[in-house]
Ligand binder design. Structure first.
Ligand code: ZN
Length: 254
């Protein structure tokens, strides 16, 4: 049974770093993948205007998604402008209704960046609201409510740690050793970010950092490369292990 899978995170490149290999696996198995970023990454440059860098990064995100046959959509918030408020929740619900995912994979509830944490909360609560018939999004030509709350999973935080540097433990890992080439190719599409990291953080190892981190997770999972995930367990969200079922033999329990 083919499923609709939605990966939704704050900025262009977050999904690639944290879940690109797993999405490539799911795409190869014939599932439909959508990648949503809350923002177009409009503050991710020291040399371009907001409009210029947003245009560049939309193209990069679209090219990255296309490498696994996925589509990229932007929720049209701005960098450092993602908040879990009424209008934003309605906007995210409308996106969920239009894409009608069976499975949603989003940001970790704790992470180093406010947009990441707000995205996690917003998506969690939008999943709850998406099936409610009386919850109106106010969108023109609004989509129908979902039949049910989708399965919800969290990616790891960036670097696998919370704001105090403590490890945030995933429930399980997905073996992405065979997907590292395409994962790296997806991330490499975000060429503007390598330049930006060099300028803003003084590091010129954009791809290498992702590979090192994915390898560290792999070591914990007993394979060469892995990505970690947690299932959201709150009532009344689906309590079955859909992501693990779809990944099958690639799941590495801790
Ligand atoms: Zn981000």
């Amino acid at each position: 049974m083919k499923k609709n899978v939605l990966a939704i995170h704050a900025h262009p490149d977050d999904v690639e770093i944290l879940a690109g290999g797993t999405l490539a696996r799911l795409a190869a198995a014939g599932h439909t993948i959508s990648i949503v970023t809350m923002t177009p990454g409009d503050c991710g440059s020291a040399e371009h205007s907001r409009e210029q860098i947003a245009r560049i990064r939309r193209m990069e995100a679209a090219r990255s998604a296309a490498r696994i046959g996925a589509k990229h959509h932007c929720a049209e918030f701005g960098d450092l402008g993602v908040f879990n408020d009424d209008a934003s929740r309605r906007r995210v619900v409308e996106i969920l209704r239009r894409l009608a995912p069976d499975l949603v994979i989003t940001a970790s509830p704790v992470d180093y960046l406010c947009d990441h944490e707000a995205t996690s909360e917003l998506v969690r609560d939008a999943c709850f609201g998406a099936p409610l018939p009386n919850y109106a999004t106010g969108a023109a030509d609004a989509a129908s409510p979902l039949a049910a709350i989708p399965h919800l999973y969290f990616m790891d935080p960036i670097g696998g740690v919370d704001r105090d540097g403590r490890a945030v433990e995933p429930d399980f890992f997905v073996n992405v050793a065979a997907q590292m080439e395409i994962k790296t190719a997806m991330l490499a599409e975000h060429a503007s970010q390598r330049a930006w990291l060099l300028k803003h953080h003084g590091i010129d190892n954009y791809l290498e950092m992702m590979q090192t981190w994915t390898h560290e997770n792999g070591k914990r999972a007993g394979v060469e490369y892995a990505e970690g995930f947690r299932r959201y367990k709150g009532h009344p969200y689906p309590q079955t292990e859909l992501l693990q079922e779809l990944v099958g033999a690639g799941v590495m329990w801790k």
